[in-house]
Design a protein around this ligand. Structure first.
Ligand code: NDP
Length: 449
């Protein structure tokens, strides 16, 4: 029976690859989930009968559109916009927008696929979607970014709605971009529909702790993984890749829990500061002044900037990849293990290659996969939607406590599910199986749609 199911899943995977050529990241994300599902189909044969896996791998809707905009010199530019509405079995599509030159359909589909499982893990009523553009906000003026965002939303708005599809930020989409996007949505629809977008500013419908949520949540998850091993973050040496939204608040919470972050990075290089990264400085450089991480070294003489360096060569006990997909390969994983790394918490989406994941699992380190570890961001987005719906705003303490409870629950759920399915300590299996069952049961209940 089990072998038959494995063969069935393998056939589905081959079909997904054939139907979605040139989308390597999407294939990778699908494979990782499907590899966990053999025992699930044995326990729930109705999922196979109702072709749930085939349906779950096919987005409900994929939108691709032209985004024309003018730069400050009056020259016209054309970018491509995407929104992949993956699955709405348990709630409206929910997931961020990514603006980065590397964006293409395969990236958005991998992110949307991950998102639907992540959202299910939060326990909140949100489906999965993702969007973005190959537009690069780096080096653009505020006015150029505004014109781009307005053009992007002029097409996207017709697909959104607080009960339909609710975007948020991701790489390259922060407070500035979300403001311009929300402004244009409001203007076109003539509705102050707060619940249509999350990550909003505090003065216009946003939630306290949303900005910090992904990073803080990731650290709460790692804290829980260490607790199972009768260990804690206190005194641990940590490395956090990236220096954007997720990285900054991961570093902040690690620091608050007594750990020492000795390195962070951006796509140009790595900062190593053995005394501990000055998080206030990183915030100022990246959030306010929009500078590069290289500028950090001019403020701290005892810090080292390594242009083009590899952050995973910096010795640490806890590694938190928080930049982008496939940033830890097999070689990096071996370097981390050799240097004594005992825990890896994925703040970014799919930052570890399959080879890297295999090495971490074989070595028995506490390995938390992105769809569980970074779920605090979208969970707090759902809390923002709750506040918008009740026209309320909660305190920082209350909201952070809720985030902590959600992350602790996700950890317990993934841990228990892994155990139930014979994979004790394997959070990859726990996260994939727990979330798949939740979405699949809803899909069965809703019929063949
Ligand atoms: P930001 O745009 O705020 O920051 C991204 C950081 O990663 C920057 O330091 C950036 O460097 C670096 N980076 C991006 N692409 C690359 C690359 N190809 N190579 C090396 N470094 C790179 O994004 P976020 O912090 O929001 O997102 C980071 C990750 O976390 C992504 O994987 C995202 O999908 C995931 N995530 C984000 C959530 C959120 O709430 N924001 C929620 C859940 C997951 P540079 O400035 O040089 O480009």
């Amino acid at each position: 029976m089990a072998v038959f199911m494995e063969e069935k899943i393998e056939a589905i995977y081959r079909q997904v690859m054939a139907k979605n050529p040139g989308e390597g990241e999407f294939h990778q994300a699908v494979k990782e989930v499907l590899e966990s599902l053999g025992p699930v189909l044995v326990k729930y044969p109705e999922f196979a009968d109702k072709k749930i896996i085939e349906r779950i791998c096919e987005p409900e809707r994929q939108i691709i559109f032209r985004v024309p905009w003018q730069d400050d010199k009056g020259e016209a530019h054309i970018n491509r916009g995407f929104r992949v509405e993956f699955n709405s079995a348990i709630g409206p599509y929910k997931g961020g927008l990514r603006f980065h030159p590397s964006v293409h359909l395969g990236i958005i589909k991998f992110l949307g696929f991950e998102q639907l499982f992540k959202n299910a893990l939060t326990g909140m009523p949100i489906g999965g979607g993702k969007g973005g553009s190959d537009f690069d906000p780096k080096g653009k003026s505020d006015n150029e970014v505004m014109r781009f965002c307005q053009s992007f939303m002029t097409e996207l708005y017709r697909h959104l709605g607080e009960h339909t599809d609710v975007p948020a930020g991701d790489i390259g989409v922060g407070a500035r971009e979300l403001g311009f996007l929300f402004g244009q949505y409001k203007r076109i629809t003539n509705r102050y529909e707060s619940g249509v977008l999350t990550g909003k500013g505090i003065g216009w419908g946003g939630s306290l702790v949303r900005k910090e949520a992904t990073g803080y949540g990731a650290v709460f998850f790692v804290r829980e993984m260490l607790k199972v091993r009768k260990d804690s973050l206190e005194g641990k040496t940590c490395v956090v890749s990236g220096s954007g939204n997720v990285a900054i608040y991961t570093m902040e919470k690690l620091h608050q829990l007594g750990a020492r972050v000795v390195a962070c990075s951006d796509s140009n290089g790595v900062i190593v500061h053995d005394k501990g990264i000055d998080i206030g400085l990183v915030k100022r450089l990246k959030e306010v002044e929009r500078r590069r991480i290289a500028d950090y070294a001019s403020h701290h003489k005892d810090a080292r900037y390594v242009a083009g360096g590899n952050i995973w060569d910096v010795p640490c006990q806890v590694a938190m990849p928080s930049a982008t997909q496939n940033e830890i390969n097999g070689k990096d994983a071996r370097a981390l293990l050799k240097n004594g790394c005992i825990a890896v918490g994925e703040g970014a989406n799919m930052p570890t290659t399959p080879e890297g994941v295999k090495l971490f699992l074989e070595a028995g380190v506490a390995f938390g996969p992105g769809k569980a570890v970074n779920a605090g961001g979208v969970a707090t987005s759902a809390l923002e939607m709750q506040q918008n719906a009740s026209r309320d705003s909660w305190t920082h303490e209350f909201t952070e406590r809720k985030l902590d409870e959600i992350m602790t629950r996700i950890h317990a759920n993934t841990c228990e599910t892994a155990e139930e399915f014979g994979a004790t300590g394997n959070y990859v299996v726990g996260a994939n199986v727990a979330s798949f069952i939740k979405v699949a049961q809803a899909m069965v209940a809703l019929g063949l749609i």
